[in-house]
Write a protein that binds this ligand. Sequence first.
Ligand SMILES: Nc1ncnc2c1ncn2[C@@H]1O[C@H](COP(=O)(O)OP(=O)(O)OP(=O)(O)O)[C@@H](O)[C@H]1O
Ligand SMILES: [Mg+2]
Length: 235
Amino acid sequence: MATPYLVETKDLKKAYVTDAGAFEVLHGVNFTFREGEFTAIMGPSGSGKSTFMNILGCLDTPTSGVYSLLGQDVLTLSPNELARTRNLFLGFVFQGYNLLPKADLLENVGLPLLYARVGSAERKRRSLALLEKVGLGPWARHRPSQVSGGQQQRAAIARALASEPKLLLADEPTGNLDSQTSDDVMSLLISLNNEGASLILVTHEPDVAACAKRIVRFRDGLLVEDSPVLHRRAL
Ligand SMILES: Nc1ncnc2c1ncn2[C@@H]1O[C@H](COP(=O)(O)OP(=O)(O)OP(=O)(O)O)[C@@H](O)[C@H]1O
Ligand SMILES: [Mg+2]
C-alpha cells in the first residue's frame, strides 16, 4: 500500500490584503507529497513559490482550500497549535542563512534544542554531532562571519535538522552561493534525502532543481507542471 501523504493541498488559495484591496496570488493549488520525496519548486519571480512555501511551513495561512500535514487539517489549528506543529514537524532553510552573528556555529545549531529545553551537555553533544554530519566539526567554535557562505548554509541545515523534522523546507537555499559551494550544499541535501529526509526546495537554478527527484512548476499563482526528474544530477 502507498504511504499516506505527508503534505496535501487542495484548491489552496491565498490573497494578500493591501491598501489597494485584496490581491489573490495563489489561485487554487493542488499538490501532494509523500515521505522521503525530494521536490524542487521552480517558476518565475512573483509566481507564488514563497507564498506557497510559507503556507506549507505554517508561517502563513491560506485564504481558502485544504492543507493537510501528516494527515492533520492545518486550517483548524489555533495559532498556538500551529506554532507547535511548526516546531515539532518542520525545518526551515532560507537564502540568507539567518544565523545569529554573535553566536558560534555550535550555539546556532543548538538553538532549536535550547527552545525545546534540552539541557546544556546534551545540547552540545547533539549540536556537535549535527555539525560533524554536515562536515563542519572543526568550525564549531567559529562565528558565522568567520566561515564561508556555503559553510554558513550547511550550519543552517544542521540547525534545521536539530529538531528532527518530518519535512525540510528550503526557499532558494543556494541563492547566495557560487556554483561550487552551491554543489556542496546540494550534495548534502542529496545525502540527507538518501538517508530518508523529506525535502521541498525552491530554486531558480535548473542545475539545483536537477538534483531533486521531482520538479513542480508555478506560473501566475498556479501549479502548472509536475514531473519526475528523469536524469538526476549526481554530485
Ligand atoms: N506580504 C505580502 N503582501 C502583499 N503581497 C505580497 C506579499 N508577499 C508576496 N506578495 C505578492 O505575492 C506574489 C507572489 O510572491 P512570492 O514571494 O510568493 O513569489 P515568488 O514566486 O517566491 O517570487 P521570487 O522568485 O521572486 O522569490 C507577488 O506578486 C508578490 O508581490
Ligand atoms: Mg520567493
